[in-house]
Design a protein around this ligand. Structure first.
Ligand SMILES: [Zn+2]
Ligand SMILES: [Zn+2]
Length: 265
């Protein structure tokens, strides 16, 4: 079983699952290693509080790491919401805490979550998607606080037609340079199996983007379920391993102390 490197717990504003329940599920699935990556979206306007209580988080997870020692290895990560205007804040944050792994994700575009209808108002769906990828590219170019770029086509989870009719090729003028920038900077692309949970029938990003990343020489690739509840830990990992192998990947990546390690798929 692949190691799940994108998991949320009650330390995230949008999960009520105690961390031990996510860990117990991973043990049950036979995982050898996981990374908890709770949300921290700083300076956003949202009804949900996405601010992580770092002292409590590190204390709780280091206790759990000890409690589960010998059964499963637990890494402590974070999923940071990327925004250009908080670059200095994010740089300082990742220097201040001993993270094993940092996911960088575009959750707010021009201050709006693509989860909201408001993101699509006053423009075509294609224009909204283009803006999403345009800002994503800016984030990957300008920010250096993360190890892996999260769920690259996240917008498809919420777009009015979801991924129906989506052609990655139509956005390659933005996606290609994003992938090339990740490779140049030595950062990973994330394969997030949450796409299956949102009934897209594929991980985020979709196969065409994973394939393109491999064609461009991309090797660093993390895998995570983005589970907020135990039922989705390791969601569709068997199918995902097959997809990744068919895209030409032989290895995937895990992190400890923010250093990558390659494991066979
Ligand atoms: Zn996310
Ligand atoms: Zn997440």
């Amino acid at each position: 079983m692949l190691c799940d490197f994108h998991l949320h717990t009650a330390f995230s504003g949008d999960s009520e699952t105690p961390p031990e329940r996510q860990i117990e599920k991973a043990v049950l699935l036979g995982m050898e290693r996981i990374c908890i990556t709770d949300h921290h979206d700083y300076d956003v306007s949202s009804p949900i509080d996405f601010i992580l209580d770092f002292p409590a988080y590190f204390e709780a997870l280091s206790r759990l790491r000890d409690r589960f020692r010998g059964r499963i290895r637990i890494e402590v990560g974070v999923e940071l919401g990327l925004q250009g205007h908080i670059k200095d804040y994010l740089d300082a944050l990742v220097r201040s805490w001993p993270f094993d792994f940092v996911i960088g994700s575009s959750h707010f575009i021009d201050g709006i979550d693509p989860y909201l209808d408001r993101f699509y108002e006053g423009r075509t769906e294609k224009e909204a998607l283009s803006r999403f990828f345009e800002v994503s590219l800016e984030m990957v170019r300008s920010l250096d606080c993360f190890d892996s770029y999260g769920h690259l086509d996240y917008v498809l989870r919420y777009a009015p037609s979801k991924n129906k009719g989506f052609r990655a090729a139509e956005y390659m003028d933005l996606i290609d340079p994003l992938l090339k920038t990740l490779i140049q900077k030595g950062r990973a692309l994330e394969c997030n199996t949450g796409g299956f949970r949102y009934l897209l029938g594929h991980p985020n990003p979709c196969e065409d983007i994973l394939l393109r990343y491999r064609e461009l020489g991309g090797e660093l690739l993390t895998v995570g379920s983005d589970a907020h509840t135990p039922e989705y830990v390791g969601c569709e990992f068997k199918k995902t391993a097959e997809i990744l192998r068919s895209c030409g990947f032989r290895y995937y990546t895990v992190y400890h102390a923010r250093r990558p390690e390659m494991l066979p798929l």
